[in-house]
Design a protein around this ligand. Structure first.
Ligand code: ATP
Length: 304
């Protein structure tokens, strides 16, 4: 993938932003062979975000005309709040993220950020406001410093340092003989999964987006590293509007609101405890994951 996008390097920061978004999205959702189908409207203004709320307003969408995936989906994410999107495989969770990033336009309905329809603003400005942390990040065959600085054109050393610190990777980098100049190798192979993930988090922090899209999909990390990463993500998502796509419910039990998606419809929504008390789809999913050996006690505590 890195090779594929290399030639775009010369085309400057506009493409860097779009490219990074595409690469992160590709890592998140296997988008590699999917076309980017949308175009900016002529004279489209930039998205201006003061209060980063996200609204899906009656969104109807299908990848193919004969098969609707999202059926008039409506929900609101108030600025600064954290929502989790859960549901069975194929329910449409990743589709929501792809639409928010405007890889596709809905057939009907609107998606608003801070009151502006994302179809009316430039894609560049839209993507500048959304940070993505995929579970398996793609790093460039370059130095750690480059990979972090990539989050934003013109990032200064101090920004990179602060981001590395916040992503809890600074002590690791300092121990390396070449520090930030250490080469990460092809696709970051010289780093562990957890270290790669932290570099990706630092990259997102350099970008400093008001909206975060997290993929907490089944992790390739061992559970202790995963818990550490989750804690870091939790910290960095404070004060940012956060949408987390979750497979393991224990990781999102403290979300402000959990949206339970089923067949492209909002089956139920609420806090973890509200949904458990409702004893429907979420409670069933929770019970199933518990019996498979989840870590429910922690999550119950987190939700209290
Ligand atoms: P999972 O938990 O397995 O990742 P999900 O809830 O994220 O699933 P989506 O990836 O949003 O589900 O997919 C929703 C539906 O859309 C699925 O039935 C899937 O087959 C279909 N779909 C996804 N991408 C495409 C595509 N590019 N073209 C056609 N159909 C697609």
């Amino acid at each position: 993938l890195t090779q594929l996008f290399r030639p775009l390097d010369m085309l400057g920061w506009v493409y860097r932003t779009i490219r990074q978004g595409i690469i992160d999205m590709a890592a998140m959702f296997d988008l590699i062979d999917q076309r980017v189908e949308v175009a900016d409207k002529p004279g489209a203004p930039a998205l201006v975000v003061r209060q980063p709320s996200v609204v899906f307003d009656n969104v109807e969408f299908g990848y193919e005309p004969e098969r609707t995936i999202l059926h008039g989906l409506s929900f609101e994410v108030p600025a600064g709040s954290h929502i989790a999107i859960v549901g069975p495989s194929g329910a449409g969770k990743s589709t929501i993220a792809r639409l928010l990033f405007r890889f596709y336009d809905p057939q009907s309905g609107r998606i608003l950020i801070d009151g502006q329809d994302i179809a009316d603003v430039t894609q560049l400005s839209l993507r500048q406001h959304i940070g993505i942390v995929p579970q398996d990040s793609v790093l460039f065959n370059d130095t750690i410093g480059y990979n972090i600085a990539y989050g934003r054109e013109g990032a200064e050393h101090d920004d990179i340092l602060a981001a590395a610190k916040a992503a809890a990777i600074l002590p690791f980098i300092k121990r390396l003989p070449d520090g930030f100049d250490t080469e990460v190798g092809e696709r970051g192979l010289k780093l562990s999964g957890g270290e790669k993930q932290r570099v990706a988090i630092a990259r997102t922090l350099v970008k400093d987006p008001p909206i975060l899209l997290l993929d907490e999909a089944t992790s390739a990390l061992d559970s202790r590293t995963e818990q550490d990463i989750l804690r870091t993500l939790h910290r960095v998502s404070e004060h940012r509007t956060t949408l987390a796509i979750a497979h393991r419910l224990s990781t999102i039990a403290d979300a402000d609101r959990i949206l339970v998606l089923e067949h492209g419809r909002l089956a139920e929504s609420g806090t973890h405890l509200e949904l458990l008390r409702r004893r429907r789809l979420y409670a069933d999913m929770w019970a199933r994951q518990q019996s498979e050996g989840g870590d429910g006690d922690e999550a119950e505590e987190a939700a209290e």
